[in-house]
Design a protein around this ligand. Structure first.
Ligand code: CO
Length: 185
């Protein structure tokens, strides 16, 4: 089932997220729905707050990048209760977008390398070290669990330039070809 995506300005995007355990109701179904929703809207990652749930969970599929980077061909993963424990390497800029902020893409600076602990969909514990694009996608999705959006990370001048566009998104004045939940007025 394709789920509607919370739009910029929706309070769930700013809310604190809670850890879950294997008893979380219909978890497998939720994960399946999140992947479906992500593919439907051409995303490479989707975090629970974007489907209006305040839990520490995001999904990601970097296999579209597999054309250029062999190692990510099957990089389809579920991250439950993730914590980034270390970031390192040089900060670099990459043009990011977000399904909750349609029509806006901006260069965002982030560190190159991360170490992250998480549980997979079978509640097995992992610690991974990643760099480059996958580390980038993960940092973006991880930020969603912390109530942070990529537009928060822009320099003040850029923020001013996109202010009215962001306001329009939160008012639903936007053309988008997937279903969204807008903040109540
Ligand atoms: Co996003």
């Amino acid at each position: 089932m394709i789920l509607p995506i919370t739009a910029y300005g929706h309070p769930t995007l700013r809310r604190e997220t809670e850890e879950i355990d294997e008893n979380y109701p219909n978890l497998n179904e939720l994960i399946e729905n999140m992947f479906q929703t992500m593919y439907h809207s051409d995303g490479v990652g989707l975090a629970a707050p974007q489907v209006n749930l305040s839990i520490r969970l995001f999904v990601m599929d970097a296999s579209p990048l597999g054309d250029e980077m062999e190692e990510f061909k099957d990089f389809k993963k579920v991250f439950i209760n993730p914590y980034i424990t270390e970031t390192s390497g040089n900060e670099w800029s990459f043009n990011e977008g977000c399904l909750s902020i349609p029509g806006i893409r901006e260069d965002v600076k982030r560190p190159d390398k991360i170490v992250m602990e998480y549980y997979d969909e079978n509640f097995e514990f992992h610690e991974i070290t990643l760099e480059g694009i996958p580390a980038r996608i993960i940092q973006h999705e991880y930020d969603h669990l912390e109530g942070i959006l990529f537009t928060d990370l822009l320099p003040p001048i850029k923020k001013r330039l996109i202010k009215s566009k962001l306001a329009n998104i939160s008012k639903g004045k936007i053309n988008v070809d997937y279903r969204m939940i807008f903040p109540k007025k």
